[in-house]
Design a protein around this ligand. Structure first.
Ligand code: PLP
Length: 378
């Protein structure tokens, strides 16, 4: 299993530089003044990735902590929250909002397409008295990417704050937080930045800070309370001890990311070549439009059992890809081509393993997936 290639849409492969960074000698992050400057420096690197001057907070915990913290800190019982739902994570936001006592309005859009912004504009013209709206940038279970800039533009026209889950897109596709007026955008360490799971990060606009601070009732949570992150640098105080080794890893990954001037071009080129391999074949992509450049979801042919396919791929071909979640669990398989996974040789090996496994299970592919892929790359 040691050379198993992890091509799942997170956690992604972790580079040697990042693994080495995790093993560096630690200091006491609550007491060492240098750590506060180091943390500030890492946040400023994240600001460069998402193009913002807004505060960036890095929290110790998986991506879900970020999602829950935004809801816990913004919502007071009875607040009206709009949940835009075109996928499993989008729908999941409603549960968090509900948990913290919001009055949730959920607008559902088809799960195999990006959110239709014309339809959204019409709905918002008719109803818009929401404190904030949530949506997902990249729906990882289905490989759909939503147009953040157009959605936040509409929300901003109606003075609705935006909370965007970009856990599986930050670092893989261009994001302009300030230009697009995004209030809170959430990321995770283990997706496109290719750091082990353990950190979540977010940028918070002035308007979002105002909403978090001007509450009549206390935030129902401590670990999830963003108010405690207001003046950490000035006061040299963190609400809890920071996961210093994880932050060393994030720092190393960000240095690598910032040096890599081809990162978005590579994500786009590889994603297009993966999609081309599928569309040229007798397999089907799940998404009708809004194909993400970070993950591709492919329909599993009726004659194929996912468990058998997965077992063959991991045990005979040393490549791990992922099933989907929820209602798509045994219907879709997903290849993550984000971060450290996003290299031509890794996708070639993955598609070859996928191609051979399908044939071994008796599915008659009409093209060789890895060859279509590599032709498109050349
Ligand atoms: C990975 C991911 C998260 C974090 O959730 P886990 O399932 O715990 O990894 C949140 N949102 C999106 C869109 C993700 O892809």
């Amino acid at each position: 299993m040691s050379d198993l290639l992890i091509m799942t849409p997170g956690p992604t492969e972790v580079s040697e530089e990042v693994r080495r960074a995790m093993s560096q000698k630690i200091t006491n992050p609550d007491l060492d003044p240098d750590f506060f400057d180091f943390y500030l420096d890492v946040s400023s690197k994240l600001q460069q990735v998402i193009k913002t001057k807004n505060d960036v907070i890095i929290m110790s915990g998986e991506g879900i902590l970020g999602l829950e913290s935004a809801c816990a800190s913004l919502i007071e019982p009875g607040d009206k929250v709009l949940v835009l739902d075109n996928g499993i994570f989008g729908r999941g936001f409603a549960d968090f909002a509900d948990l913290y006592g919001a009055e949730v309005t959920k607008w559902e859009f088809p799960y195999n397409k990006e959110i239709d912004t014309n339809e959204l504009a019409e709905k918002l013209a008719a109803e818009n008295d929401f404190k904030f709206a949530t949506f997902v940038h990249c729906e990882t279970p289905t490989g759909i990417i939503n147009n953040i800039g157009e959605i936040t533009k509409l929300l901003n026209e109606h003075n609705i704050l935006s909370v965007v889950d970009s856990v599986s897109a930050i670092g893989g596709v261009p994001i302009e937080v300030d230009e697009w007026g995004i209030d809170i955008i959430l990321g995770g360490s283990q997706k496109c930045l290719s750091v082990p799971p353990g950190l979540t990060f977010m940028s918070v606009s002035d308007a979002a800070w105002d909403a978090v601070n001007n509450r009549e009732t206390p935030v129902r949570g401590y670990y999830t309370n963003l108010q405690l992150w207001q003046n950490w640098y000035e006061e040299k105080y963190f609400p809890y001890t920071q996961a210093i080794s994880d932050i060393y890893a994030l720092n190393a990954a960000l240095d690598k990311w910032l040096e890599d001037k081809e990162i978005f071009v590579r994500h786009n080129k590889i994603a297009e070549a993966v999609r081309k391999a599928i569309t040229e074949s007798n397999l089907n992509l799940f998404a009708e439009n809004g194909h993400s450049d970070t993950v591709t979801a492919i329909e599993i042919p009726d004659s194929i059992n996912y468990q058998e396919l997965n077992q063959l791929m991991t045990e005979s071909h040393n490549v791990m890809i992922a099933a989907s979640l929820g209602e798509f669990e045994d219907k879709l398989i997903r290849i993550g081509h984000m971060g450290e996974n996003c290299y031509e040789e890794k996708l070639y090996r993955t598609l070859k393993a996928f191609d051979h496994s399908l044939r071994e299970l008796g599915f008659n592919l009409n093209v060789e997936l890895h060859k279509v892929f590599i032709n498109k790359m050349d």
